[in-house]
Design a binder for this molecule. Structure first.
Ligand code: 5GP
Length: 211
């Protein structure tokens, strides 16, 4: 509809939750049905879990390389979680937004806060809550990849994460997978229609009124 460039700016859709609440499966489901949405692949200094692939789940970095990337301004935000560093590479996000493509972020509360500071017009935050802490612990154990000690650390981190629920524009309790997926999709569609994301509308409406 616009003659030059994309007809809207992309949405930065942040999906945040304590690990184990289900955000990874929800992200995967949404990404599978939304061709205009791509995942921001973060860099981290933690070790890969079995099945995790370089460049698909994370870019796995040494602490030294990660620090160099921070120094060079390569991250749009970065934060520490359980002693490891996580960061969002800047260039892919800026390119996608300018091209009118949406980006999904699986990041924790500090990342959401920093991203919102960096891109105040673009971020739409969704926080997922578990139905209960007991259910969260069950899901973490079910993953079967982490030791008891790691699970205990993650449950403690979950409580800390949950305390930040009120920094997000949207909050969902992930009781039923499909219901949550549908709610996330609806939030994305609504964000795409926001006036501020469609700068071409002024000209379009002026044209309409000249008809
Ligand atoms: P995990 O080690 O389980 O993959 O991730 C631990 C936490 O770090 C999760 O809450 C995840 O959302 C968050 N995380 C992953 N990538 C990033 C990132 O680039 N920035 C920030 N701030 N958090 C991230």
């Amino acid at each position: 509809m616009s003659n030059n460039g994309p007809n809207r700016r992309g949405v930065c859709l942040v999906l945040s939750a304590a690990p184990g609440v289900g955000k990874t499966s929800i992200s995967r489901e949404i990404l599978g049905t939304e061709p205009e949405l791509s995942l921001s692949v973060s860099a981290t200094t933690r070790q890969p879990r079995p099945g995790e692939e370089e460049g698909k789940h994370y870019f796995f970095k040494t602490p030294e390389t990660f620090a160099e990337m921070v120094e060079a301004g390569g991250f749009i935000e970065h934060a520490t979680f359980l002693g490891r560093s996580y960061g969002t590479p800047r260039a892919p996000v800026e390119q996608a937004l300018a091209a009118g493509r949406d980006v999904l972020f699986d990041i924790e509360w500090q990342g959401h806060r920093l991203l919102r500071e960096a891109l105040p017009q673009d971020v739409v935050g969704i926080f997922l809550l578990p139905p209960s802490i007991r259910e969260l612990e069950r899901r973490l154990r079910h993953r079967g990849q982490d030791s008891d000690e790691e699970i205990a650390r993650r449950v403690a981190a979950a409580r800390d994460e949950i305390a930040h629920w009120d920094e997000f524009d949207n909050v969902l309790v992930n009781e039923d997978f499909q219901t949550t997926v549908q709610a996330v999709r609806t939030i994305l569609y609504a964000a795409r229609g926001e006036r501020a994301r469609q700068p071409w509308l002024g000209d379009f409406v002026a044209g309409l009124l000249r008809e």
